[in-house]
Design a protein around this ligand. Sequence first.
Ligand SMILES: Cc1ncc(COP(=O)(O)O)c(C=O)c1O
Length: 372
Amino acid sequence: MKIPLVDLKAQYLSIKPEIDSAIQEILDNTSFIMGEPVKKFEENLAKFCECKQAIGVSSGSSALFLALKAYGIKEGDEVITVPNSFIATAEAIVQCGAKPVFVDVDEKTMLIDTTKIEEKITPKTKAIIPVHIYGQICDMDPIIEIAKKHNLIILEDAAQAIGAEYKNRKLPIHETAIFSFFPAKNLGAYGDGGAVITHNSEIANKVSKLRDHGRISKYESGIVGYGERLDALQAAILDVKLKHLEEWTSKRRENAFKYNDLLKDVKSIEIPFEESYSKHVYYVYVIRTKKRTELMKYLKEKEIFTGIYYPIPLHIQPALSFLSYKEGDFPVAEKVAKEILSFPVYPELSKIRVDYITDNIINFYKIPIADV
Ligand SMILES: Cc1ncc(COP(=O)(O)O)c(C=O)c1O
């Protein structure tokens, strides 16, 4: 039984008539840039998040960059974030001319360790980017308190967390968050896409100008901006998929709980930790094991595909070597990077397949160590 890590085809087939008709409508109208499809998706996304405004942009990466720009992050500033994220989080900071300052993560949740933030704050610190990694929200209340005390901006990197909740509060938990619509994400486009969601109209206004060359009218630009719009075609696809997101999230959670149940007695595996106040949306189902390479290889031989998000922490990425961090600076992030492994958890994954995957994992741990 071949089981991919994600199965975008299965999801497409489950909603094919709706998607095909939305795409056909765009082709018939030949209005490919901005216009009604983008506006409609933005309105529906804002409604889904119970948020004032949503602005569609070309990717999660551009959403991070444009939001930081809109908040005025510039050369000489420092922005606090975590080392266990996708490189885009740090890139956006660097692209603004600012310096990423990392804070280690909590070993249980793999989210920012809120007790270690304040020691990293300097007079140059302007913002914190908490990363809601894997689909679980960071402990936002202490972060909001620290930000208020030190007059810092918070931009939530929710690229992996659309639909997640914190103490029954929806994203953005504070003021502004970003989403990625990379195809494999819980809400995935058929290409690149992203959004900034915010309760702050001034920020919404700025992002919406910055994404479209600073335009104030067709031929007049008020500020120097960028070409980072969301395509109408992607907006139309996302609008169809948004209607299914809650149901898909429930299915992801059901699959995660089934894994938890079947794996809870496997001593060599640490199953994901979900905070009691959190609604985790399981973009990925991440376990920890000291025998990752061997388990990954064993499962691949059985045609079960797994993934690692992410094997190299940001502070030791070659691209960020100019920051002069070194191995050993963030021991928790480094430790978990060596142990994490993601199993398929996509909504269309059948219960039989979860059983098959867990049976194989259990079998793997029954093999004497010398054989694996
Ligand atoms: C945590 C995080 N931030 C930012 C991004 C960037 O999003 P995109 O790939 O849409 O540019 C990603 C994408 O994987 C991500 O996982």
